[in-house]
Unconditional design. Structure first.
Length: 374
């Protein structure tokens, strides 16, 4: 059947373009958030949900709470084949589906396929109550053998969540999270990046490039930032840099609409403390800071060198930004390997807590500047 109504043709074209964009995002990130993609495309969340539902019915993707992920080979198995091969169902709760976490999820899915286990993914937020709600739903389904979670761990709400996780009747592995020493969580296991080591690598690199004033800009509300600040401070202390000469700023002030004023304040402090290089967590703030420096007439890296933490989009800047890159896919892979081993070996297996070293990807924003030539 054909139609001569140009409005119907245009509507179909727009739907096809949206769905191609959805697939592009999934191929690049492994997962998408309905809310984020709706904002990017300028359409309603209901429109994106309809697209996701239609594409899921076609077998192109998998629906998850709040978004979608790429399908894997296990999901393509027929219902007759799957029960005979699947060993365990593993619940996985991550705080975001549009930054950092898609690579962790991809790593988990790859290892799950090798281990013949199924990942049941839920996207949550950076809120302890929301984390608990999603985890509780998985536990209540009575179809989950173990959990991989990235919960809030700070504050009383985070501490209470950790205590509760430690009492669950199924094994729990934390991904990119740790239980603080003050919380008796003897049963919890985890695999996490040594972010303090990553920050120290960045400081060492900038020091070798001739910088003696090295600052740090990070959002204290991020679970990663405390480790980044700690590694930065330990590295400067080891290098003998006096504490009064250290620029340390909470990048939470870089949120719009106060970003320009905040970065102006940072640059004033850079001049006052003779800071010529800065480590910024995360990429979004690093890109915004580089652009603000350039708009202010400063050259990168001649006037100030920049290293980002996360390496999600740092390469897209001009100049490309040197970045600390956590091994995100390996975090997901090892989390699945760890919980599968726990389910297989039971109490005979000792509690495992693994830290992985990140890499430093050196680019134009931190090399060959004025400090290195002086």
């Amino acid at each position: 059947m054909t139609t001569n109504d140009p409005r119907a043709v245009t509507k179909s074209l727009f739907a096809a373009q949206r769905r191609e964009r959805i697939m592009d995002e999934l191929r690049a990130r492994g997962a998408i958030s309905v809310k984020v993609l709706a904002a990017q495309l300028g359409v309603s969340e209901l429109t994106i949900r309809r697209d996701v539902n239609a594409m899921a019915d076609q077998g192109l993707l998998s629906r998850v709470h709040g978004g979608a992920t790429l399908r894997n080979d296990l999901q393509s198995l027929s219902t007759e084949q799957a029960p005979a091969e699947l060993r365990y169902n593993i619940g996985m709760v991550v705080p975001s589906l549009d930054y950092y976490w898609p690579q962790v999820v991809n790593g988990a899915r790859a290892e799950a396929e090798k281990q013949h286990v199924r990942i049941v993914l839920r996207g949550s937020t950076y809120d302890a109550a929301d984390n608990r709600s999603h985890i509780q739903r998985l536990v209540d389904s009575r179809n989950i053998h173990g959990l991989i979670v990235a919960p809030v761990t700070s504050g009383e709400a985070g501490h209470e969540l950790l205590r509760w996780l430690n009492t669950l009747p199924i094994p729990v592995v934390l991904a990119e999270r740790r239980s603080p020493p003050s919380i008796p969580a003897q049963r919890l296991e985890w695999v996490a990046t040594d972010h303090a080591f990553g920050a120290a690598m960045a400081v060492s690199h900038l020091w070798k490039e001739g910088h003696r004033g090295i600052g740090c800009l990070a959002d204290i509300e991020s679970p990663t930032s405390a480790h980044v600040f700690r590694g930065w401070e330990q590295a400067l202390r080891a290098l003998g840099v006096p504490e009064e000469n250290r620029l340390k700023e909470d990048s939470h002030g870089a949120k719009m609409p106060n970003r320009e004023a905040f970065f102006d304040k940072v640059l004033e402090r850079c001049r006052a403390t003779k800071t010529t290089a800065i480590l910024v967590h995360s990429d979004g703030e690093a890109l915004a800071f580089v652009q603000h420096c350039q708009d202010s007439g400063l050259s990168i890296p001649d006037d100030i060198a920049v290293v980002s933490y996360d390496d999600e989009v740092a390469h897209l800047a001009e100049p490309a930004i040197t970045a600390v890159r956590p091994p995100k896919m390996y975090v997901g892979r090892l989390a699945v390997e760890m919980i599968t081993s726990r389910l297989t070996e039971g109490h005979r297996r000792p509690v495992h807590r693994i830290e992985l070293n990140p890499d430093l990807i050196i680019r134009e924003s931190s090399v060959g500047g004025r400090a290195a030539r002086s």
